[in-house]
Ligand binder design. Structure first.
Ligand code: APR
Length: 232
């Protein structure tokens, strides 16, 4: 890390866990109590937009009350310390940007944005009027601007991330279960490009056998420790 000039970071729900935002998998994961096919697919939204919006409004409310934790702030410091830095996040919670990270790419969208199903325009959630469903001035139904299961990820985000990763010195993969594609392919892609890979997670994951180092522990403790060591 000390010799690294170009740092790539991939984050998942685990980095926001210490901010009080539930992860998707694992013991208290959202997908334990809720069905992804009822709530996070385009078919679910077509079938029952009220139910899907109700779930997203609940999560937005929870996330609005959450604050970035030491892991988010450590990544801001890491960005400031490095010559070149890119943070690719699967999270839709905006906490990296709230903490002050600048070069952030969102792979799965953002829960605080809406997208019109008719004209495709994107807007802030604050501008949406729920009575009970939000509509665009063009008359189209608004949906959360997130990527659901079965949907394509934003192509420009993915190509930008891979271009950066291709010539990075090190890739940190933090707080992701490594089971959702294409993000799950990042460690393998990094390896193939000769990039050193470091995983930070509470437990071993399917990507642990691929990465160079797995550091087991909470991101809010491990990341600040790494940054502290780099500063001295
Ligand atoms: N520090 C580090 N890792 C943690 C912490 C923590 N404090 N808390 C939990 N973790 C780890 C868990 O061990 C788990 O491996 O974070 C991971 C969270 O995994 P998921 O809930 O599957 O989250 P993620 O990998 O981001 O999911 C990918 O799945 O449903 C979709 O769209 C959703 O973006 C999400 C995608």
């Amino acid at each position: 890390m000390k010799d690294s000039k170009k740092i790539f970071v991939l984050t998942g729900a685990g980095i926001s866990a210490e901010s009080g935002i539930p992860t998707f998998r694992g013991k208290d994961g959202l997908w334990k109590n809720y069905s992804a096919t009822d709530l996070a697919t385009p078919e679910a939204f077509n079938r029952n937009p009220e139910l899907v919006w109700e779930w997203y409004r609940w999560r937005q409310d929870l996330i609005t009350r959450a604050k970035p934790n030491p892991a988010h702030f450590a990544l801001v410091e890491l960005e400031n310390l490095s010559e070149s830095f890119l943070l690719l996040t699967q999270n839709v919670d905006n906490l990296h940007q709230c903490a002050g990270s600048k070069n952030v790419l969102e792979l799965h969208g953002n829960i605080f944005r809406t997208r019109c199903l008719k004209c495709g325009s994107i807007d802030k959630i604050d501008n949406a009027v729920f009575k009970p469903l939000p509509h665009c001035p063009c008359g189209g139904l608004l949906r959360p601007d997130v990527v659901w299961f079965g949907e394509a990820i934003p192509y420009d985000v993915w190509t930008k991330a891979l271009k950066f990763l291709n010539s990075a010195d090190v890739a940190i993969i933090c707080g992701t279960s490594g089971v959702v594609w294409p993000a799950a392919a990042i460690p393998e892609i990094a390896k193939n490009c000769g990039v050193k890979t470091i995983e930070i997670n509470l437990e071993l994951t399917p990507i642990s056998p691929i990465v160079d180092i797995s550091i087991l522990g909470p991101a809010g403790k491990i990341l600040p420790e790494i940054v502290k060591l780099l500063r001295h």
